[in-house]
Design a binder for this molecule. Structure first.
Ligand code: WTA
Length: 630
C-alpha cells in the first residue's frame, strides 16, 4: 500500500489486510477545536459540552442524536416521522420510519449538484501505475445508463441482482444502479467458485447476474465469465447475464448474455430514482456462520447509509478534499461501507483497488504490535493515527475503534478500544450475566440497536433471531469474545463460535466440513482453525477414512485442497490434512473440538478435562500423527 502514498499528501489509507483478521485504518489526528465545528448538530444536544458528553448523548438520547444526524446528513424525499422503533428482545429493528429517500441520489446527484467535476472514484487498476479517474457527473451517468439497462432487461424494484465483479467503476455503478431503481444488490466476491456463486444466486432467487468477461488480479487473468457459465447449469431461474468487457478478449456469449457496455450506450443518461422507504432492502451480503450454509444478511436503506457516512467521517476524520483509500474488495462488507457508501454519501473521492496488496510485492500482515509500529511509522509517517476498527458484516459499519475520541486521548496498539457513537458494548458471562467491572473477559454483545445493524437473514428470520438475538435475550450477540482492560478499553480475543478468519475472509468450519465430506474417501471430518503467521488463521482438517478406502495422506490432501477451491474458493483451501483412525468424542458422540484445537496449537499439556472422553487412545494417536505431519 505504501506505493499509493506519494499520490496525495492527505491520503487516508483504510486497509482490510488481505492477510490477517484485522481491519484497520489510518486517520489524520483530530486537532480538537469546538465541538460544534466537529459535529454541528451538537448545538441541539443538551449535555454535550465535550467529547465524552457527546458519546453519552449518542447512547442515552438516542432519538435526539440519530434524529438530528439523519435530518442533516441525508437528503430525504419525504422526512421520517419517528427516529426508531426497535426491540432487540422481540427481534425487530426499524429506523427513520415514514422517511423516503433514494440512496443513489444521496451518493451522487446531490454532489453532482454542488461539484460535478469532483473525482468520485480513483480506480487503481491491477497494473501498478495505471489509474482511472471518474467524476461525480460521470459516475451518475454510468449509474443512470446502467439503471435504465437493468429496467429495459426486466429488472424490477425489489428484485435481487447478483454482482460478480472485481472492484471497478462499473461494479460501483451496478451497486448504485440497483439502489437507484430499487433493486437489491448482492455482490459476490469474485474469488468465489462457480458452486459458491450458484448457491448464492439460488438463495437470493436472483434472475440477474452482472459480471465481466475476464478479471485481472495480481497480474493473472481470471476467467470470470466462464465461472458464471458453469454456475448457470445450477441456476435455472437466471434470465440474464450482463457482461462488461474488462479486457479486450472476446468470450462466448449465449442467449442469456447481454453485452453490458453496448446496451448502456443505447440508454439515456437520466434515470428516475425510485422512492424508497427507509426500511426497504438495499442489499444482501452473504457471510459465513457456524453452520454450513452461508447467510444472506439484509441491510436496509436509510439507517445503513447514515451509519456508514457517520463512521466514515468520524473514525477517519474525513474532510472535504481528502482522498480516501480503502483497500478492501467490494465483495466484502468493508468494500460496501468504506469504498462505496460511506465515502460517496460524504461526497468524497474514494480509491477503488483492483489488485491485491501482495502484488507486485507482499506488504500485508495481521496487526500485531510490530506491524502496528511499522504501519504507524512507515505508512503513516508518524503523522497519522492508526485505528484498529472492530465490526462485522452484521453491524454494517465500524462499532469499536480508537476514534472518535477526545483530542489527545491515547491510542494503544493492538486493540479496538472505544465504542463508536450510539454503540453500547456489553460483556456477558456464560450464564448471561452482564459483567459490569473492568479487567474482565466475556461474550461481546451490544445492548441497544443502532442504525447500521443488519435487519434479518434473507428468507430466514428465525436463523437471525437464533444466531444474534436469542443467545443473550435483549442483546445483539456478536459471536466474538472481548476483554475490557482496567481502563475500560475493548480488546477482541477471537470468535466464540466455529468461524475462522483466513486472510481476512470469514469462513465457517462447518462449511469446510460439509465440503470435505463430499470426497468419496471421507467418512468423517473435523476442521479446526489455528493461528497462522501470515494469514491470521489457517484451516487444519482431520479426516477419518471410509472403511476399505486406500488413499495416501498426501494424495488426499491435494484432492481436498482442490475440492475446497472448487466448491468454495481458493483462499478457503486447508493448510493441513491429517488422516486419523478416529476423532476424540464424548460418550454422547460429540467431537471434542477443544482437544483438537489444543493439539493443533501444540498445547498438548493444556488438554484440560478429559473425563467425558470416550476413547483416550484416539487422542494419543492424533498427537503422534500431528507431530509426523509437521
Ligand atoms: C473479526 C469484517 C479483531 C471478528 C469487517 C468479527 C476483528 C469478524 C476486528 C467479522 C478487529 C473484525 N480485531 N477481530 N479489529 N474486526 N474482526 O463480517 O471476529 O468479514 O466477528 O467483517 O472479523 O468479519 P466480517
Amino acid at each position: 500500500m505504501a506505493w499509493l502514498l506519494p499520490r496525495a499528501c492527505c491520503l487516508k489509507v483504510f486497509c482490510q489486510s488481505s492477510r490477517g483478521p484485522f481491519s484497520s485504518g489510518i486517520a489524520r489526528a483530530w486537532s480538537g477545536g469546538p465541538l460544534t465545528a466537529y459535529m454541528p448538530e451538537a448545538v441541539a444536544f443538551a449535555g454535550s459540552r465535550d467529547h465524552p458528553g457527546l458519546y453519552k448523548v449518542s447512547v442515552e438520547q438516542v432519538d435526539e442524536f440519530w434524529g438530528a444526524l439523519g435530518r442533516s446528513r441525508l437528503m430525504w424525499i419525504n422526512p421520517f416521522h419517528s427516529v426508531k422503533d426497535c426491540n432487540l428482545q422481540q427481534g425487530w429493528v426499524s429506523w427513520f420510519l415514514g422517511g423516503q429517500l433514494n440512496v443513489a441520489v444521496n451518493c451522487l446527484d446531490r454532489h453532482v449538484h454542488t461539484a460535478p467535476n469532483k473525482v468520485a472514484l480513483i480506480w487503481e487498476k491491477d497494473e501498478p501505475g495505471k489509474e482511472v479517474r471518474v467524476t461525480y457527473r460521470e459516475l451518475l451517468e454510468l449509474t443512470c445508463r446502467l439503471g435504465n439497462t437493468l429496467k429495459r432487461q426486466g429488472v424490477k424494484r425489489g428484485d435481487r441482482v447478483i454482482i460478480y465483479m472485481p472492484p471497478c467503476p462499473l461494479a460501483v455503478a451496478s451497486m448504485l444502479a440497483c439502489a437507484r431503481i430499487g433493486a437489491v444488490h448482492t455482490v459476490v466476491f469474485a474469488g468465489f467458485s462457480s458452486e459458491a456463486l450458484a448457491d448464492r444466486i439460488r438463495d437470493a432467487q436472483s434472475e440477474t447476474v452482472i459480471t465481466v468477461n475476464q478479471a485481472l488480479r495480481g497480474g493473472k487473468v481470471i476467467e470470470l465469465k466462464q465461472t458464471v457459465d458453469q454456475a448457470m447449469h445450477a441456476c435455472p431461474l437466471v434470465k440474464r447475464v450482463l457482461v462488461s468487457m474488462r479486457t479486450e478478449q472476446k468470450v462466448p456469449m449465449s442467449e442469456l448474455d447481454v453485452p453490458l457496455e453496448e446496451e448502456m450506450m443505447k440508454e439515456d443518461v437520466c434515470c428516475e430514482p425510485a422512492v424508497m422507504e427507509s426500511e426497504d432492502l438495499l442489499f444482501l451480503l452473504y457471510t459465513s456462520g457456524s453452520t454450513g450454509k452461508p447467510k444472506g444478511l439484509v441491510h436496509s436503506q436509510a439507517g445503513y447509509l447514515l451509519y456508514t457516512a457517520i463512521t466514515h467521517k468520524y473514525v477517519f476524520d474525513y474532510h472535504d478534499g481528502d482522498i480516501f483509500g480503502c483497500m478492501a474488495d467490494i465483495g466484502w462488507i468493508t468494500g460496501h461501507s468504506y469504498v462505496v457508501y460511506g465515502p460517496l454519501c460524504n461526497g468524497g473521492t474514494t480509491v477503488l483497488f483492483e489488485s491485491t496488496p501482495v502484488y507486485p510485492n507482499p506488504v500485508g500482515e495481521p496487526i500485531n504490535t510490530e506491524a502496528w509500529e511499522w504501519y504507524f511509522n512507515v505508512v503513516g509517517d508518524a503523522r497519522c493515527l492508526v485505528v484498529d476498527t472492530w465490526w462485522q458484516t452484521e453491524t454494517g459499519g465500524i462499532c469499536i475503534s480508537p476514534r472518535p475520541s477526545s483530542p489527545g486521548d491515547e491510542i494503544l496498539p493492538g486493540m479496538a478500544m472505544r465504542p463508536f457513537f450510539g454503540i453500547s458494548p456489553a460483556l456477558l458471562d456464560e450464564k448471561g450475566n452482564v459483567l459490569t467491572q473492568n479487567n474482565v473477559s466475556g461474550a461481546l454483545c451490544i445492548s441497544q440497536a443502532w442504525p447500521g445493524m443488519a435487519r434479518t437473514i434473507y428468507n430466514d428470520h428465525k436463523r437471525f433471531l437464533e444466531t444474534y438475538l436469542m443467545p443473550y435475550p435483549g442483546f445483539f450477540f456478536t459471536g466474538d469474545g472481548a476483554y475490557r482492560t482496567s481502563q475500560g478499553y475493548y480488546q477482541l480475543t477471537g470468535r466464540l463460535d466455529d468461524v475462522i478468519n483466513v486472510s481476512g475472509h470469514r469462513l465457517g468450519t462447518a462449511e469446510l466440513e460439509d465440503t470435505v465430506n463430499q470426497h468419496r474417501a471421507v467418512a468423517e471430518s473435523a476442521v479446526i482453525g489455528f493461528p497462522h503467521e501470515i494469514k491470521g488463521e489457517g484451516a487444519y482438517v482431520f479426516i477419518v477414512l471410509k472403511k476399505g478406502t486406500d488413499v495416501s495422506q498426501e494424495r488426499l490432501s491435494n484432492e481436498l485442497k482442490e475440492l475446497v477451491s472448487k466448491k468454495i474458493a481458493k483462499y478457503a483451501s486447508p493448510e493441513y490434512v491429517q488422516v486419523t483412525k478416529r476423532l476424540p468424542k464424548t460418550r454422547s458422540g460429540k467431537i471434542m473440538r477443544r482437544v483438537l484445537k489444543k493439539i493443533v496449537e501444540d498445547k498438548t499439556d493444556e488438554l484440560g478435562d478429559l473425563t467425558t472422553l470416550d476413547d483416550h487412545e484416539a487422542v494419543e494417536e492424533i498427537i503422534e500423527g500431528h507431530k509426523r505431519l509437521l
